[in-house]
Design a protein around this ligand. Structure first.
Ligand code: PLP
Length: 345
């Protein structure tokens, strides 16, 4: 018998089920470049309302959501403050420099969080020698920090500080849904303390494609122009937006299951000799395990041979992500596989 592959590499690997495909098949569509796609409009309005913002814009990816936002907030030569392990600093191909002509000032945070105390000294004086500090980018939840949640209180302090100093705040909220479900804090509360946010549907929510950027009407108007310039203006996107709406209706509340599964796995991993997990950071659906005795690549390779997939995150750490297509029984099986690997070594 061929055993099931348990894929814990990422929450982006989920495949649309039959009901989501039905929603896609029945979607009302129009040419979105002419702003005639009713389903996309509905999605944009709904996400904007959830975050308490005036308008929303569908974009094909979280990366484009962040990049059109950075472009819409800045001018070339400006400086953008972000956290050292953030997605926009690590994984967006140098997009801010390439597409917006800005430089990133990355600050080392704790579990993905930076504070006003850390941002304050990084602010550039109003002197022509310096770049102009213009934007702060936050990430909630934080991928490289193991799905850690950025506290609302810290976000509020940063927002107040930014407003007093003429800076904008953008939130990479690719997994803000997870923060919302884990904390019970309404999305509109998070929305209060940012000028713009980008939320993904193709991660924990399980849609095949799509993110929505939200902000003021003026901001979204600028973002709309840059989306077109960056090649993200698409036509009958209602078929994609329908999957996102379906995901919002059916897959949001169940994120708690992913969090419970991640906690179960994290607890088990910490009980294994030679493995540690920062349990304080493990607040949502990501688990980063540190290996004292085995290189991460070797561990991942051994797991793969037993049909368990995970991603080496650094030389000594491995990332596991729980998602829609992973059940509690899969987590049990994953733990059995890991135990057998540790014992065999
Ligand atoms: C925190 C965060 N932001 C942005 C992105 C980019 O999303 P996409 O892969 O859709 O470009 C990711 C992708 O995993 C992410 O983890």
């Amino acid at each position: 018998m061929i055993s099931k592959v348990i894929d814990l590499r990422s929450d982006t690997i989920t495949k649309p089920g039959q009901a989501m495909r039905e929603a896609i098949a029945h979607a009302e569509v129009g040419d979105d470049v002419f702003a005639e796609d009713a389903t996309a409009k509905h999605l944009q309005e709904r996400v904007a309302a959830l975050l308490g913002k005036e308008a929303g814009l569908f974009v094909p990816s979280g990366t484009m959501g962040n990049q059109v936002s950075i472009k819409s907030h800045t001018n070339p030569g400006d400086e953008v403050i972000c956290e050292k392990e953030s997605h926009c600093f690590h994984y967006e191909g140098g997009g801010p420099a390439l597409l917006s002509g800005v430089q990133l000032r990355s600050l080392r945070g704790k579990r993905g969080t930076i504070t006003v105390e850390e941002i304050k000294p990084a602010l550039r004086p109003a002197d022509h020698h310096f770049p102009r500090s213009r934007l702060i980018v936050l990430e909630n939840t934080h991928n490289r920090a193991g799905g850690a949640i950025f506290s609302l209180e810290t976000m509020a302090n940063i927002y107040d500080f930014a407003k007093s100093n003429g800076l904008a705040v953008h939130l990479d909220g690719a997994r803000l849904w997870n923060a919302h479900i884990a904390t019970g804090i309404p999305l509109s509360e998070y929305g209060k303390y940012v000028d713009s946010a980008s939320l993904c549907f193709s991660k924990g929510l399980g849609a095949p494609v799509g993110s929505v950027v939200v902000g003021s009407r003026d901001f979204i108007d600028r973002a709309h122009r840059f989306r077109k310039i960056f090649g993200g203006g698409m036509r009958q996107i209602g078929i994609l937006a329908a999957a996102c709406l379906f995901a919002l209706d059916h897959n949001l509340q169940r994120l708690k299951e992913d969090h419970d599964n991640a906690h179960e796995l994290a607890g088990f991993l910490t009980s294994c000799e030679g493995i540690s997990v920062d349990l304080e950071a493990t607040q949502t659906n990501i688990v980063i395990a540190h290996f004292e005795k085995m290189p991460a690549a070797e561990f991942a390779e051994r797991c793969m041979k037993k049909n368990l997939l995970c991603i080496p995150f650094s030389a000594q750490s491995v990332r596991f992500v729980t998602h829609l297509d992973v059940y509690r029984s899969d987590i049990q099986e994953a733990m059995n596989i890991i135990e057998s690997i540790i014992k065999a070594r």
